[in-house]
Design a protein around this ligand. Sequence first.
Ligand SMILES: Cc1ncc(COP(=O)(O)O)c(C=O)c1O
Ligand SMILES: [Zn+2]
Length: 415
Amino acid sequence: MTYLLHLQCRECGRTYAADPIAACEECWAPLEVIYDYGRLWSDLRRRDLESRPPDMWRYRELLPLEGEPWVGRRTGFTPLLPAPRLARALGARNVYVKNDAVNCPTLSFKDRVVAVALSKAREFGFETVGCSSTGNLANAVAAQAAAGGFKAFIFVPADLEPEKIVGTQVFGATLVRVAGPYDQGNRLCSEVAQKYPWGVVNVNLRAYYSEGSKTVGFEVAEQLGWRLPQNVVVPMGGGSLITKTAKAFEELKKLGWVESVPTKFFGAQAAGCCPITTAVKKRTSEIQPQKPNTIARSLAIGNPADGPSAVKAILGSGGAGEDASDEEIVDGIKLLAETEGVFSETAGGVTVAVARKLIREGKLNPEESIVLFITGNGLKTVGAVKGCFGENNAIRPRLVDFEERFLNLATAGRA
Ligand SMILES: Cc1ncc(COP(=O)(O)O)c(C=O)c1O
Ligand SMILES: [Zn+2]
């Protein structure tokens, strides 16, 4: 049974039937999925969900499908890890890591959005799907298209990390490497979506796809014992994840499943591509596009579609935006790995680095609960940290060599 009512323009409020539509025809703003909250409130109890399997579909009534999911049956319900050693390093009291670096099947939070998008593509009868991507979405669409029996065309910047290129091609998807930054590939992909009868995840399926991000928020609340965190730090590319996490928390309040306490939203970007945090600092929702230049390739979106909504979510919550240099991003990756044993991709380095900065600047209260969104896996961006550990030449297979090199024991004078 679905609770999906219709689509509605986020800016002008015009409503549309729940069809594959890219944006509002009046003002080009993104479309929002509207549910029947009254009926949800009377039909559904928190405890109804608690016995369901540990995946994102335990919240299926709050997702825009008419029927059963077609792909991504095991996606979501990733661990929320208490992070005491990281907390100590940050000078904070109560830090958690939401670890989507181990999401299924392709090790990023994009598995969630794609599970919804391709299930919706199936409902609409599309046989071919596609997306433009900074890497993780490419991997997720390719894998789930393979599992769902779709043909897939995937547009990425030509110079993307090799792990993300191979991690797309291996699934048999057609990879379209576009010379130029993400935003140019995205424009080409939108033109393709207009011409061909395909389900393009972040174009005509965008309203549905982005709903998948809400499940991160639902899970965090449930994993905290149906409580909202006081602060979340979220990496931003297009600005959808942070916007939809805010929507998720509002929905839980509407349903009376959590106490109506405020959460502050903190948006994190790389200094080499920070159109959203720049707008937040200027306290305007008008986004000035940028030309990306950062190792955080997954967040390198110069003209973010959900930028204005992300700014509003942050400023409306009393949060803040901050950005991190490439060097700080690498330090963030290492700090998380060394303190909590979690190897994050560059986006997670951005989250950790920005959290550290915000605490130092006095904008993020270290006495309150803080959830850090770790959204992708470090094995996909190995190049970012590869050079950090110096040369490690082989030794001969001799105990003396081991002791000399690693224990600094001098050989002279030993028996
Ligand atoms: C690992 C990772 N984290 C965060 C984001 C940002 O998500 P959004 O584009 O919804 O802001 C992306 C992709 O854009 C990503 O790949
Ligand atoms: Zn509109």
